[in-house]
Structure formats: structure tokens, C-alpha cells
Design a protein around this ligand. Structure first.
Ligand code: TRP
Length: 332
């Protein structure tokens, strides 16, 4: 069967992957793998834009891969590898960086948020990160990129960079990558605060469901999740905590938000949380078990990454060589 186009996406190997990564990204990738040629990267070069412990980074890279596989991504039919194993990412990022006006980067809200008041001490890598992300995508001439809400601006920039390169070299070289915005749960919020994204870096463990949490922990976390004083789910206006829990329920059971809302219309939080915990345990336990099983054999995981990197590199080298030709690098 011929496939529709080329997909590239990635997750950073930092901390524990959580429910937000699963529902917002990886679960959707599983559905895409039959229709598109897919490259799913563990973006370790992105991870070092903030300080990482080397040993923990290696483990997190394997764990991210194990999670991809446990969630149902097939390493035989797709390309799965870690970013640093293909040197083309860094090479193309440099070339693209030479076509990216600073004014474009200055608009990136994620940098502003992350650097905060410490702009002077923020590192170049954090600032240039969106250029690396553009390189990830364009290195494979990806046509579609599944992204969550928070990465939309970076993808928009990647599109601008592709256009600028094409114009500069007067050639339709890079396809302009299209976003694939996925279903209901693209935004899973913190269980402590429905206005903040569920995040690996939140200091409270209770703010997120990790994909390695035991069934008991999952239950406990949902029971403790923040709720508000209004009982039913008739209206969700200005009730981010209630909305978040319903969104998660909807995504886990593949029902739309309206049906989820109707189901719990008059029920209290107690009822919703209990059901949510059971659904989450049922869906996540098999994944958790598989991640833990795969993590026992690092040789096997490393072998998958190595084969993935070889396949990725074959495509990357070809495209990069054409880029170097356009740019005027002498290849001897
Ligand atoms: N920046 C993305 C994130 O933090 C990860 C990422 C890196 C990515 N390169 C990418 C996502 C290319 C999509 C396409 O979530």
C-alpha cells in the first residue's frame, strides 16, 4: 500500500513520560503509522538545552523508546531512533540557522517563558532550539508533523524557515510541513491545576500520571486530583479542573467531550474520579508492564535504536547532500 506522506515527530527523553505525552502525542502516532511513513525520534539533542545528568539521559532515552514500543509503535514498519545518532540534524540546523532572522526567534514564547528573567545566562541552544526542530523535520522532507498545542508556534517557524530556504535557493526543495492537530486530548493539564499543562518538570508527583506508575498510584493520584466545589458537569465554564478530568476520561475511552459530559452530567467528582481511575488503570497497566519488561533488556533496545538510526541516516544523508550542493559546499 502506498502511504500518504512522511511524518516526523519526537519526544524529549527527560524525566518520566506521563499521561499527557501518551494522550497528546504517542497514542495518536499509533493511528498514523498505517497511513504515513513515520519517523519517531527520541530527541536527546533537544533534551540538553537544559542541564541533564548523563547517566539519567541515557536511561531516559531507552525508556522513551520502550514507551513508544509499549504504546504500540512498531519499530519494523517505522523509523525509531535517537536524534544524536544522526549527525545530519546538527549539520542542517547550522545551515538553516544561517537563513533564520533573529527577529523570528525573538518571537518564540516558549523561550521567553523558559528563560524568564535570566535571559543573559540562558544558553544559545535553548534559543536556537526551534531551528534544530525545523532541521529535524526538514532533514527528512517530512510533509506532516503531529504536534500538540504548545509546539504549534515552533512548527509555524519551521514552515517559515523552509519557505525562506526555498526562496533563497530559488527552488521548491523542502515541502512546507503541515501540522496534524490531533483529537480531544491534545492538552492534558496538571492534576493539581487545570490551567497548567501536565509536565515532567512539575515538582509535585501528584500533578501527573507517569507511564510507570503502579495501578495503586494511578488510583491514588486521580482520587487526590484537584476538583472544584460545583458538583455536576452540566456546565464547564471556568472550571478547568473539571474540564481536564472529563477530557482525560474522553480520551482514554475514545468518547467525545460532549458524550463524556453527558455521562457525568449530574454525578459528583467522586464518581468521575473512581471511573477515571479504573479506566486509566485498565488502559495504562499493560503499557506500564511492557515498559518495565523492555527496560530489563537494554541490549535489545539499543539494537532497535541502532537499526533505526541506520535507516534514518540513509534518508538524511541523501537530503543533506542535496542541501550542501545547493548551498555551494564543495564535496570532494
Ligand atoms: N520540541 C518538541 C517538544 O518539546 C519535540 C520535538 C523536537 C519535535 N523536534 C521535533 C516535535 C520535530 C515535532 C517535530 O515536544
Amino acid at each position: 500500500m502506498s502511504k500518504k506522506g512522511m511524518i516526523f515527530s519526537g519526544v524529549q527523553p527527560t524525566g518520566q513520560l506521563h499521561l499527557g505525552n501518551y494522550l497528546g502525542a504517542i497514542k495518536n502516532w499509533v493511528k498514523l503509522q498505517d497511513t504515513y511513513n513515520c519517523i519517531f525520534c527520541v530527541v536527546d539533542m533537544h533534551a540538553i538545552t537544559v542541564p541533564q545528568d548523563p547517566k539519567a539521559l541515557r536511561e531516559a532515552t531507552r525508556q522513551t523508546l520502550a514507551t513508544y514500543i509499549a504504546c504500540g509503535i512498531n519499530p519494523e514498519n517505522n523509523i525509531i531512533y535517537n536524534q544524536s545518532a544522526v549527525s545530519g540534524h546538527a549539520e542542517l540546523a547550522w545551515i538553516l540557522g544561517c537563513n533564520t532572522p533573529l527577529g523570528w526567534l525573538n518571537r518564540m514564547t516558549q523561550f521567553k517563558e523558559k528563560a524568564g528573567e535570566h535571559r543573559e545566562s540562558a544558553v544559545l541552544g535553548l534559543y536556537g532550539y526551534p531551528v534544530l526542530m525545523a532541521a529535524d523535520i526538514l532533514l527528512y522532507k517530512a510533509t506532516h508533523v503531529p504536534v500538540g498545542e504548545d509546539q504549534k508556534q515552533h512548527l509555524e517557524l519551521a514552515r517559515d524557515i523552509a519557505g525562506a530556504f526555498n526562496r533563497h535557493y530559488n527552488k521548491d526543495f523542502f515541502p512546507i510541513p503541515e501540522p496534524l492537530i490531533m483529537g480531544e486530548a491534545t492538552r492534558v493539564m496538571s492534576l493539581n491545576d487545570g490551567t497548567k499543562k501536565m509536565s515532567k518538570s512539575d515538582e509535585s508527583d501528584y500533578s501527573r500520571i507517569a507511564l510507570t506508575d503502579s495501578a495503586d498510584t494511578i488510583r491514588k493520584k486521580f482520587m487526590k486530583a484537584k476538583s472544584d466545589s460545583t458538583m455536576g458537569f452540566e456546565s464547564l465554564d471556568n472550571r478547568p479542573d473539571a474540564e481536564n478530568l472529563l477530557t482525560i476520561y474522553g480520551a482514554l475511552t475514545d468518547t467525545d467531550m460532549k458524550s463524556a459530559q453527558a455521562k457525568f452530567r449530574t454525578a459528583g467528582f467522586g464518581t468521575l474520579k473512581k471511573e477515571l481511575a479504573e479506566v486509566a488503570v485498565e488502559k495504562l497497566s499493560p503499557i506500564t508492564d511492557e515498559v518495565n519488561r523492555l527496560m530489563k533488556d537494554s541490549g535489545h533496545l539499543d539494537g532497535i535504536l541502532k537499526r533505526g538510526a541506520e535507516k534514518a541516516n540513509a534518508i538524511a544523508e541523501k537530503n543533506l547532500s542535496a542541501v550542501k550542493q545547493l548551498v555551494g559546499f564543495l564535496e570532494v
